[in-house]
Structures are given as structure tokens and as C-alpha cells.
Design a protein around this ligand. Structure first.
Ligand code: FES
Length: 354
């Protein structure tokens, strides 16, 4: 492993690792540098320039998210020049879109809004010019409002580099640059899998969860970390709960493995079954040709009786057990043990997926 060396950030000597960026070294040592396009786990395009810092000897300000540290480097993160440059960038981003927080689902959880507040910007020096794109409403899961897009490219990178779905990219040029699927189609007409990773990554209100719209402000929402109930991978997720109901599901990047915050379409958008009125809440037993609600004791007695009579009449191999990938390894182990040792057959299998 390469030897560590000293650099100085804001007058503080810190140990940096070769290959680290200035931003990484600063964050590791509790020094705050704002970012908008940087997103953990993806490449750094250096697109937003909010993270600029002064490096002694450098002709211009440098993007700290892209600049690797070098031995003896002297960095300043909060000089007048740095603050003026950051402020200009934030004002330009604000002016380039329709950042109307009143109706924005991201209000209270928006990284651009936070920066504007932190920099105490009353209003941008420039004329606000919204591009005037139509809001994409053609699917039931994701809403895209490109008028709020700051072209940070996080959605493009998570789609291409983390999920490797390769649906989103930049198109057009200059102030008409936009993000979307090939041929400028809506998501629903593209090959999009609706994993929702782009929604989690979006720092502003350009890509939001449709079902969460008007269903609770960020500060009213309680997040409960849980394990996805669909397949056997055990993805960690945050259920976003408002008034006792799940309004959306977000990835939990802090928790780490196995999914490092990523989710698939089932985990992300398939949790509405929990409050579905058609959901079975008790066992059902068919009596006189009709399914009737029963207690668990009645259901177990019924199952035992049926298994016993089938085994007696046709033999143990006339019975097959099919378990689920939703169960834990331990439950699946017990199930096969039950089929082999109690029923007396090797006819046992389980679905590896849904
Ligand atoms: Fe460094 Fe955007 S965070 S350029």
C-alpha cells in the first residue's frame, strides 16, 4: 500500500492517502465542502463546480471532487474567491430552471434549496428562465420535471454505472441539454426497468416518486429500515411512513451490504400490497364450494388431516412441497426436513425468485 502523506486544508495538517481526492480527504477529516454532482459509488464528472477550492500554486480554482491530493498540497475551502465562485454557480443553477419550492415534492429535502439557504441568497442576480418542458406523467411510478433538472448527471451515472441499465443519458446541446432515454422518449416507452435509482440520486425535484406526491412532507415522514420481503437477497431499504402508511421506499446507502442502497422495481414500488384491501389476513378454507375465513388452528388441523389422508391412500411420494425464496435459509432447511422426515418424501423444491 502507498505511503500516506501530509496535506494542509484550511490550515489543518491532515494525513491523506495517494489516489484520494481533495474532497475525500476533507470529508474524512470533518471538513465541509458542498457538492451537487458528486455521488458516492459513481465517477466524478466535475459538472456542477460547487465543490471548487483554492490550491496553492494552481492558476484557477479546482473542483475538489476530481482533483487528487499530492504531498504537501495546501488547500483553502472557504476563501472569498471560493465563496464567490460557489455563489455564482448556485445562482446560475437557480436561474436556469423552475425551482418553485411551493409545489415541489423535494421541498425540505433538496440539496439546491439547502445551498441557497446556506449561502443566504435572497434571489439570483440573473433572470429566471425555465426551459418550459412538459412534466412527464406517463407512468405511475416516477415523475420527471426537467424544468427542475440541474444537469448534475447523477441519474445518468447511477443508471449506467450502478444499475447498468443504460437508459439515461444527456442529449441536445448548451442550455437545451436534457437528460432522458434514447430518442427523447418518456420512461414508459423506453427500456427502463423502473428501479427508481435515479429518483434516489436526484438532488433536486427533477425526478420524484409519483405515489409520494402530496403524501407527506419530508419532515413529517418517519423512516424505518427493514429487509425487503420479496426475494432472498435481503436488500436493506427505508420504508417512508406518513400517518401509519408507507408512502415510498428509499434505498439505505449507509447500511452497506448486500445492496448498498440500490433496489429493484419490486422492492421500490411493490410495497402497496401491505395496505391493499384485497390482502388475505386470515386463512381461507373452502366449505360447500365457497372460500370461508378460518382461524389458524382450523387451517392447521385441516392441512394435517389432508396430508395424512393423502399419504395413507396414495403414499408419501404423492405429496410435493414447494417452498419460497422469501423464506430465510433456516426456514427452508426446516421445510425440507419436514418433507423428508415427517411426510417421508424427497419431493421438495423452492422458487429461486418471484
Ligand atoms: Fe465537484 Fe460537482 S461536486 S464539480
Amino acid at each position: 500500500m502507498d505511503k500516506k502523506f501530509l496535506i494542509t486544508i484550511d490550515g489543518k495538517d491532515i494525513e491523506a492517502t495517494p489516489g484520494q481526492t481533495i474532497l475525500e480527504a476533507a470529508r474524512e477529516n470533518g471538513i465541509y465542502i458542498p457538492t451537487l454532482c458528486h455521488y458516492e459509488g459513481t465517477t466524478n464528472p466535475g459538472a456542477c463546480r460547487v465543490c471548487v477550492v483554492e490550491v496553492e500554486g494552481a492558476r484557477t480554482l479546482v473542483a475538489s471532487c476530481c482533483m487528487p491530493v499530492s504531498s504537501g498540497m495546501i488547500v483553502k475551502t472557504d476563501t472569498k474567491r471560493v465563496m464567490a465562485a460557489r455563489r455564482l454557480v448556485v445562482e446560475l443553477l437557480w436561474a436556469s430552471g423552475d425551482h418553485n419550492c411551493l409545489t415541489c415534492e423535494k421541498n425540505g429535502n433538496c440539496e439546491l434549496q439547502d445551498l441557497i439557504y446556506e449561502m443566504e441568497i435572497e434571489e439570483p442576480r440573473f433572470k429566471i428562465e425555465s426551459p418550459g418542458y412538459e412534466i412527464e406523467q406517463t407512468n405511475s411510478m416516477i415523475q420527471r420535471d426537467l424544468n427542475k433538472c440541474i444537469l448534475c448527471g447523477r441519474c445518468v451515472r447511477v443508471c449506467n454505472e450502478i444499475q447498468v441499465n443504460e437508459i439515461l443519458d444527456f442529449s441536445m446541446r448548451g442550455s437545451r441539454t436534457k437528460v432522458g432515454p434514447a430518442f427523447d422518449t418518456d420512461l414508459i416507452d423506453s427500456e427502463c426497468y423502473f428501479c427508481g435509482e435515479c429518483v434516489d440520486a436526484c438532488p433536486v425535484g427533477a425526478i420524484t416518486f409519483k405515489q409520494a406526491r402530496f403524501a407527506g412532507r419530508p419532515w413529517d415522514i418517519e423512516k424505518v429500515r427493514t429487509t425487503c420481503a420479496y426475494c432472498g437477497v435481503g436488500c436493506q431499504m427505508d420504508l417512508n411512513i406518513y400517518n401509519g402508511k408507507i408512502v415510498k421506499v428509499t434505498g439505505n446507502r449507509e447500511y452497506g451490504s448486500p445492496n448498498r442502497g440500490s433496489l429493484c422495481v419490486k422492492g421500490r414500488f411493490g410495497m402497496d400490497f401491505i395496505d391493499n384491501p384485497d390482502r388475505l389476513k386470515t386463512p381461507l378454507i373452502r366449505k360447500d364450494g365457497e372460500l370461508k375465513e378460518a382461524t389458524w388452528d382450523e387451517a392447521y388441523d385441516f392441512i394435517v388431516e389432508k396430508l395424512r389422508s393423502i399419504k395413507e391412500e396414495y403414499g408419501a411420494d404423492s405429496i410435493m412441497g414447494f417452498s419460497s425464496a422469501k423464506c430465510t435459509n433456516e426456514e427452508n432447511y426446516l421445510f425440507q426436513k419436514f418433507m423428508r422426515a415427517v411426510i417421508g418424501t424427497n419431493n421438495v423444491d423452492h422458487c429461486a425468485r418471484l
